[in-house]
Write a protein that binds this ligand. Structure first.
Ligand code: ASP
Length: 356
């Protein structure tokens, strides 16, 4: 009797176990879509008119416009903000980072997709890339055309972003940008076209493409997440931070005046990124003010407005007090300097961080 009972128990437990295995094997990846606004949530009065308003649709409305999205993943949504990305704030960045960290740390999601305006998408992506330390994928997407457009690109972009975030192939690749069925690393992506649907580029090329609902990776990337394994810079730990150090960008150009840099110095910024010409060169008027800024304890980094070729440390300008950003745009160099300043203000240490 006891035996019969035990074997029945074992059998029923086995059935439960097999059922659970089946559920696990067929369970869809849990993807949380965090919406922040942008053109993907934009709407216009006409399907062929260029003028539209960004950030009009809710995340539920955006998701509802993507047929089949719930077939590839179990979708959860969060409306974090609904703004055009030219108005993104430090607060949105910090809350976004915290939300993603919470979801992954508590095993509430297998991947995250962020919908975002394209204007500052590369900046948010790079900020998250430098500050998150999870192997689960984060994919940022948006659209170049509003939802009401005759051939809106948002639904396909969102479908492909979810497919990318849901794939086990995407683990450990850090933060990525997916637009127009093309996947870029947040490490080097930038917006290179103001209107085309293939607006995003990288000097080093994409890391993959999305085909038939699956990411196909074509090159390896130096994910910050993989820092320990590959000896790259570890993510910046900013869990406790409520604000980021204030860093501004000052551009150089033909006969640039010193007015903008003087205003930045007076604003008590913690750092200045020079968007220099050529190898990060700048007008003599700016040069004098850089010395002034450094003497006041403001950290200055030299970068270039030119996307390709890199910046040589001593091609023309050289100062040990002004670290050089070799291969980032001024806007991503600014993010790295902001985060560097949470650890150090020594030019040598900042230079090291820019070299890693
Ligand atoms: N200005 C819009 C934004 O960045 C452009 C876009 O989303 O494509 O929010």
């Amino acid at each position: 009797m006891k035996k019969v009972f035990i074997s029945a128990l074992i059998r029923s437990n086995l059935i439960v176990l097999l059922f659970l295995c089946g559920v696990t094997a067929f369970a869809k990846p849990r993807i949380t879509i965090i919406a922040t606004g942008g053109t993907i949530a934009g709407a216009a009065g006409s399907s062929v008119n260029d003028s539209y308003k960004p950030a009009q649709l809710s995340v539920e409305q955006i998701v509802a416009s993507v047929p089949g999205i719930d077939v590839i993943a179990e979708i959860n949504t969060i409306q974090l903000a609904n703004i055009a990305s030219q108005n993104i704030t430090e607060d949105v960045w910090l809350t976004l980072r915290k939300t993603i960290d919470y979801l992954f740390s508590n095993n509430l999601a297998d991947g995250v997709v962020v919908t975002h305006g394209t204007d500052t998408m590369e900046e948010t992506a790079y900020f998250l890339y430098l500050t998150l330390s999870h192997s689960c994928p984060v994919v940022i997407t948006g659209s170049m055309r509003p939802s009401t457009s005759l051939s809106a690109d948002g639904p396909m972009n969102l479908y492909n972003a979810v497919a990318t975030a849901a794939s086990s192939e995407s683990k450990g690749k850090g933060v990525m940008v997916e637009m127009n069925a093309t996947i870029f690393s947040a490490a080097d992506v930038y917006k290179g076209n103001t209107v085309a649907v293939d607006a995003f580029e990288s000097v080093y090329g994409p890391i993959g493409y999305v085909r038939n609902g699956e990411p196909k990776y074509v090159r390896n990337i130096s994910s910050v997440f993989a820092a320990e394994k590959y000896n790259y810079r570890p993510p910046f730990d900013i869990k406790e931070l409520k604000t980021l150090p204030k860093v501004e960008i000052v551009a150089s150009y033909a006969f640039a005046s010193a007015e903008p840099i003087r205003a930045v110095i007076a604003s008590k910024a913690a750092g200045i990124v020079i968007a220099g010409v050529g190898h990060g060169n700048y007008d003599r008027a700016i040069s004098a003010e850089i010395d002034n800024a450094v003497s006041k304890g403001i950290s200055v980094v030299r970068s270039s407005r030119i996307p390709k070729g890199g910046v040589d440390k001593n091609a023309e300008e050289y100062s040990e007090k002004v670290p050089v950003c070799y291969n980032h745009s001024p806007q991503t160099a600014r993010i790295l300097l902001m985060l560097a300043l949470t650890q150090t203000s020594k030019p040598k240490d900042i230079q090291n961080l820019f070299e890693q």
